[in-house]
Write a protein that binds this ligand. Structure first.
Ligand code: CAA
Length: 240
């Protein structure tokens, strides 16, 4: 059996492509999901990848879920913190609820996913933390004060974890996808989406598999010297 990898939000969108790519590389993959039992079951039926249901915004549920994965599959060596939501609204219309929902899931969710398995990675002397951030954490985005704050926060998390984990064989890196052809981007009003595509020099949305390939590279033994980095995969839309 290969190394054990957990992908949060791993049964849909970019997460599903990541789960499949890791499985194809020989990892034992656990894909988590928050709510949609039917889609999760269809995903397992299609791919053979085991799914687990918990809310990444809840620390105790995350800890218990991760312990269950370890009981089923073995020690977790690769974590892909991918689960994320949007609650877009111009700032003057954004409610405290929209702010907190996004912070709790996208930012605290990363803490809740990594913190319970961190001591085991330190003990075993190997770990790969990969956080799926966003172009909008790098450049900001109209109607995404909440989301952009979490995605910028992801970069602070990996830069700090990189320093703490380096001596223990653990790396932490972020990927900043640009606009990828997923349900999340398809939910953007068509006119706005077309305008965004017009800003992408490659002239198209990205494919989830293009992000998944970044993940399999960062998860591998070959990437040991890459730590605290951010890989931008955005078709040339934004340069840091
Ligand atoms: N830049 C500048 N102005 C914008 C804009 C933008 N990107 N998007 C909308 N506006 C403007 C509109 O043209 C409109 O202007 P007018 O009032 O002059 O006509 C105004 O903002 C919209 O105001 P409304 O009060 O009508 O806005 P609303 O409350 O209906 O909200 C919206 C609409 C939520 C902003 C909607 O336009 C939207 O969803 N925009 C897309 C936001 C976005 O890009 N989200 C990214 C989602 S994908 C993702 O997050 C994945 C990832 O990591 C990349």
């Amino acid at each position: 059996m290969g190394r054990v990898a957990v992908v949060t939000g791993g049964s849909r969108g970019i997460g599903a492509a990541i789960s499949k790519a890791l499985k194809a590389e020989g990892y034992s993959v656990a894909a988590t999901y928050a709510g949609n039992d039917e889609k999760a079951k269809a995903f397992t039926d299609e791919t053979g990848i085991k799914t687990y249901k918990w809310d990444v915004a809840d620390y105790d549920s995350s800890k218990a879920g991760l312990a269950q994965v370890e009981a089923d599959l073995g020690p977790i060596e690769v974590v892909v913190a991918n689960a994320g939501i949007t609650r877009d609204a111009p700032f003057h219309k954004m409610t405290p609820e929209q702010w907190h929902q996004v912070i709790d899931t996208n930012l605290t969710g990363v803490f809740n996913t990594v913190h319970p398995i961190w001591p085991g990675m330190r003990e075993r002397g190997f770990g790969r933390i990969i956080v799926i951030s966003s172009i909008n954490g790098q450049k900001g985005q109209f109607a995404q004060v909440n989301y952009a704050a979490t995605k910028a926060g992801d970069l602070g998390i990996v830069k700090s974890l990189a320093q703490e984990g380096a001596g223990k064989g653990i790396t932490a890196n972020a990927i900043c996808p640009g606009y990828i052809a997923t349900e999340m981007v398809m939910a953007v009003p068509e006119k706005v989406r077309d305008a965004i595509i017009g800003q992408i020099p490659t002239g198209r949305l990205g494919e989830p598999e293009e992000i998944a390939r970044c993940v399999t590279f960062l998860a591998s033994e070959d990437s040991q010297f890459i730590n605290g980095s951010t890989i931008s995969a955005n078709g040339g839309q934004f340069f840091v």
